[in-house]
Ligand binder design. Structure first.
Ligand code: 5GP
Ligand code: ZN
Length: 112
């Protein structure tokens, strides 16, 4: 499968890793939209949030545990935001499920 984030998981494309375990990888976004902008992904390919189901949702819960751990350890005391863009109209450009973890500035709401 020609998937950019699967290639990052395999190491074919390098990334600045923040966290890694058997099922989850977190790495810095190459084009950060905030002082801290980390992407959290399942190592196994899931295309988007629309493809989460009973058989693969455990890793999603784990991703949120990892996001909270990173936030605690990096001291995002002023707050942080987690976003997943799902589908073209939401601006999903990489079709491998990922969650943007952003911190270090104020965020407007609702997002544009
Ligand atoms: P999306 O637009 O699908 O919600 O988010 C995809 C994200 O992946 C974007 O924020 C983009 O900057 C990031 N990205 C695209 N290509 C690469 C890459 O090769 N390496 C890293 N670290 N991030 C990438
Ligand atoms: Zn993939």
């Amino acid at each position: 499968m020609d998937c950019l984030f699967c290639k990052i998981v395999s190491g074919e494309i390098p990334s600045a890793k923040v966290y890694e375990d058997d099922t989850v990888l977190a790495f810095n976004d190459i084009n950060p939209e905030a002082p801290v902008h980390i992407l959290l992904i399942p190592k196994a390919h899931i295309t988007s949030m629309a493809d989460i189901n009973e058989s693969n949702s455990a890793v999603v819960a784990h991703i949120f545990e990892v996001a909270a751990k990173i936030a605690r350890e990096k001291g995002f005391d002023d707050g942080f935001r987690v976003v997943s863009n799902c589908g073209d109209s939401a601006g999903q450009t990489v079709k491998h499920l990922h969650f943007h973890l952003m911190a270090g500035r104020d965020f407007g709401w609702p997002a544009g």
